[in-house]
Design a binder for this molecule. Structure first.
Ligand code: VGL
Ligand code: ZN
Length: 184
């Protein structure tokens, strides 16, 4: 079984948001196009308290229950079976979706017999990377869909993150490849 993890496609990470990722909103149509091809679709939300050590490193963003923490309005959330909330504590960063505090993502995927995990969303160099590394660490075959991700520090940072992930046994993918292989 395959799963798509949609990481942090939230207003604050898109242009105009508090911690805007360059071209962050460009991932939305790509994700909308491929979501139906996976057996399981889940999403994470960066979901911070107002006061957290995380905001010593970053501008204030994705404060829980705010508009900035909502999904991008064009993200088709109809396929999302469960949302995992992370970064909810006041002391840690919680970059990985596997650090969600409302539910155990690894256990959720295992219960659904998922073997292959595909990661998309924002940002390649932080939460996407941390999520993919954890997925691999939990033993899932792990793929990052490069054109469905953007890095907060731009294209070089995305390339660097991809190299790091590849070294850890994660494969890079494109949405075209996924669309082609499932719809011959
Ligand atoms: C993220 C920086 C701070 C992310 C979250 O979603 O990649 N980046 N908080
Ligand atoms: Zn954050």
């Amino acid at each position: 079984m395959t799963a798509l993890i949609i990481v942090d496609v939230q207003n604050d990470f898109c242009p105009g948001g508090a911690l805007a990722v360059p071209e962050g909103d460009a991932v939305v149509p790509v994700i909308n196009r491929i979501a139906a091809l996976f057996d399981v679709v889940v999403a994470s939300r960066d979901w911070h308290p107002k006061d957290t050590a995380h905001f010593k490193k970053w501008p204030v963003h994705c404060v829980r229950e705010t508009k900035g923490a909502a999904f991008h309005p064009s993200l088709d959330d109809g396929k999302i079976q469960k949302i995992f909330y992370k970064g909810t504590g006041s002391k840690d960063d919680g970059y990985s979706a596997f650090e969600a505090t409302n539910s155990d993502l690894a256990e959720y995927l295992r219960k659904k017999s998922v073997t292959d995990v595909y990661v998309a969303g924002l940002a390649t160099d932080y939460c996407v990377k941390a999520t993919a590394l954890d997925a691999r660490g939990h033993g899932f075959n792990t793929f990052v869909i490069e054109d469905a991700c953007r890095a907060v520090d731009g294209k070089k940072a995305a390339a660097l993150a991809a190299t790091e992930m590849t070294k850890q046994g994660i494969s890079t993918m494109t949405s075209q490849k996924i669309l082609r292989s499932t719809n011959p």
